[in-house]
Design a protein around this ligand. Structure first.
Ligand code: HEM
Length: 129
């Protein structure tokens, strides 16, 4: 009997029909962007090290930055950082009680964070290319 009940549970693993709320997407992206930013610190310090080592090192760092692939990686890093800061400020505003902690405000502030990130991401692209 118990086994039968378990079998009848509705199981939905069809990813096409699962829709995450915008707040859930904002949350997971904040973690992902935090990890990307963490890895980026290593890459950025490595490049800073090369560029400050000598005049040749600076030219070498500039040459590394010239490739489309590297610029694309940096664009990704800057976009992740932009989102992490926007999402982070959203969190801090909620923590300090500056914005309400209810569903409607959560959805609205997540949308604002996304729009700001798109704007900052475009600016990062302009800066790089
Ligand atoms: C080197 C720079 C940074 C790195 C590597 C970093 C990384 C991370 C990581 C890995 C987390 C944990 C995410 C999770 O467990 O879901 C986190 C959380 C957080 N970060 Fe950052 N972060 C950085 C800079 C910033 C900045 C500049 C802000 C300011 C806006 C910020 C605001 C936050 C906040 C508020 C949380 C907590 C979010 C929550 O309660 O879920 N972070 N960060």
């Amino acid at each position: 009997m118990g086994l039968n009940v378990k079998k009848q549970r509705p199981v939905n693993l069809d990813l096409q029909t699962i829709q995450f709320p915008v707040t859930a997407i904002a949350s997971i992206l904040h973690r992902v962007s935090g990890v990307i930013t963490f890895v980026a610190v290593g890459i950025l310090l490595w490049l800073l090290g090369i560029s400050l080592y000598s005049q040749e090192g600076f030219l070498q760092a500039a040459a590394i930055m010239n490739s489309f692939f590297v610029k694309f990686i940096f664009w990704g890093i800057l976009t992740a950082l932009a989102y992490h800061i926007c999402g982070g400020i959203r969190h801090l505003l909620m923590d300090f009680g500056c914005i309400e902690e209810n569903l409607a405000t959560g959805i609205r502030s997540a949308q604002v964070a996304f729009v700001l990130t798109v704007v900052l991401s475009i600016l990062a692209g302009v800066l790089l290319w």
